[in-house]
Design a protein. Structure first.
Length: 99
């Protein structure tokens, strides 16, 4: 992949940017460096390597899905300090405490 002036103008258009000549040169250098890095990765011989799902071996921390009863909304409303039109009202003071 070549990063030429046409490519940069298209990128500018898609990103809705107006770059100066200096910015275009800087971005071109950065993009060429990135493309080069990906090319080096592409050139690595991975034959015989198993695909990796995650770079870190980890234990499954999720529980099995089991059916259970949910809380009764009326019980939750009974615990709320204020209810208006069936909704729990949170005061400004409560919001400040949460921040």
């Amino acid at each position: 992949m070549t990063i030429d002036e046409v490519f940069l103008r298209r990128l500018e258009s898609l990103a809705r940017l107006e770059l100066t000549k200096e910015e275009r040169v800087s971005i071109r250098v950065d993009l060429e460096r990135m493309v080069s890095s990906f090319q080096r990765l592409k050139d690595i011989d991975t034959a015989g390597s198993r695909p990796m799902v995650s770079p870190v071996m980890k234990k499954d921390v999720f529980y099995d899905d089991t059916e259970c009863e949910s809380s009764d909304y009326r019980e939750i409303q009974d615990l709320a300090p204020d209810i208006k039109e069936g909704r729990i009202v949170v005061s400004e003071k409560d919001r400040e405490r949460q921040s």
